[in-house]
Ligand binder design. Sequence first.
Ligand SMILES: [Zn+2]
Length: 77
Amino acid sequence: MASYFLDENTKDGAREVHADGCCRLPDFYHRIYLGEYSSVQQALRKAVLLHDRVYACSDCCSEKAVPQSPGPVLQAS
Ligand SMILES: [Zn+2]
């Protein structure tokens, strides 16, 4: 299990999801705690409830069954 965070900064209409410890994790005031998840997919499902378009950070989440960059953008339907 790892802690996941949603970046509050929007890039091209989408927000990035990071695992705890990522070097690109924004500072405390610009991230939203998503919770503890065993995979980034679960974190993305939570994140998409908070923002319409989210994607997994290619630095910290890439080797966990997520296709390489550009990361998949998960869109709320
Ligand atoms: Zn990251």
